[in-house]
Design a protein around this ligand. Structure first.
Ligand SMILES: C[S@@+](CC[C@H](N)C(=O)[O-])C[C@H]1O[C@@H](n2cnc3c(N)ncnc32)[C@H](O)[C@@H]1O
Length: 290
């Protein structure tokens, strides 16, 4: 059955009030709520509720919650494609090699060569098939950092398909908390971790940034990887510092070449030091330590 996203746009303060109220109202039904920043300068955020089944009734309930908060924005809806449909469209993707990793779909299982660590990514609703320069950069950087530093507790923030969490678990056999703001990505991440036989190492959870009580229970991490975008990464710098073990490493990507210096400045301000930068297809992946 397809899923429907009910959503509206508002400013940051109202978006967070709505997030809390909707989360409470729909917690028992299991409908996830998410906030996404659309435009920081114009203070526009999008609040979404992901539902299956009786959309009209749920939309009416959501309207009631919004009315209770004095929010009169129009409630939009989007029917999300079924996973199988998207998976089909991915069948033409070629396997990608990054460092020792080979990221491939089910149809290319036999293409793995001796010594390669194969990661099978089937679903296409979440970002992360290895074809993007940021994912490939993170995979290469991860291999080097994990082999040198032997981390014991890792976080993959903005996990998408869980490709990076799976790579860490396959290399190091350690617990990896894999979080994403998008509940569909979180679901796909858990499925992919199981498919790659690392379900017992990878815990996939829905969380925007570090806003979830589970970070308190799982921190500190000695390795954090986050392939998001430059601006949210800069905003997250203080929380990255708070959640990292002293001497730990972070790997950041989703940063354009020209944004590198600004991101480094934000992290230098939190006493991180630059170790290495990888350049791929106009994107950079940065390794920092603190
Ligand atoms: C570029 S994709 C990276 C996916 C995968 N880690 C990879 O490297 O291919 C970014 C992911 O981060 C998620 N994301 C964006 N902002 C986030 C935030 N503030 N907190 C958690 N996840 C976020 C998006 O939903 C998306 O799945």
């Amino acid at each position: 059955m397809s899923q429907t996203r009910l959503f509206f746009r508002t400013g940051r303060i109202d978006a967070h009030r709505a997030f809390t109220a909707l989360d409470l109202a729909f917690e028992e039904d299991g409908w996830p709520v998410a906030i996404l920043e659309v435009d920081e300068e114009q203070d526009i955020q999008e609040v979404s509720l992901y539902v299956d089944g009786e959309v009209e009734d749920i939309a009416a309930e959501m309207r009631q919650v919004m009315d209770g908060l004095g929010l009169d924005q129009a409630l939009d809806r989007e029917v999300l494609p079924d996973i199988d449909w998207v998976t089909k469209s991915l069948e033409g993707l070629k396997p990608v090699a990054a460092g020792r990793f080979l990221v491939h779909g089910a149809h290319d299982r036999q293409k793995r060569r001796a010594g390669q660590i194969a990661i099978e990514i089937e679903a296409g609703l979440a970002f992360g098939t290895g074809h993007h320069g940021t994912t490939a950069g993170c995979l290469e950087m991860l291999e080097r950092v994990v082999m040198r530093e032997r981390p014991r507790n890792a976080l993959d923030l903005g996990t998408g398909s869980a490709v990076l969490a799976i790579a860490i678990a396959r290399l190091a056999r350690i617990p990896v908390l894999a979080t994403d703001i998008d509940p569909i990505a979180t679901r796909v991440a858990a499925e992919n971790a199981g498919l790659n036989h690392v379900g017992r190492f990878v815990k996939a959870e829905n969380a925007p940034g570090f806003h979830h009580p589970l970070f308190g229970a799982h921190k500190p991490f000695d390795l954090i990887v986050a392939n998001i975008l430059a601006r949210p990464l800069m905003r997250l710098a203080p929380e990255m510092a708070r959640h990292l073990t002293p001497g730990g490493s972070i790997i950041l990507s989703g940063i354009l070449d020209r944004q590198r210096d600004a991101v480094l400045a934000a992290y230098n301000g939190q006493r991180f030091r630059h170790v290495r930068t990888l350049h791929k297809e106009g994107w950079v992946t940065i390794h920092l330590k603190r």
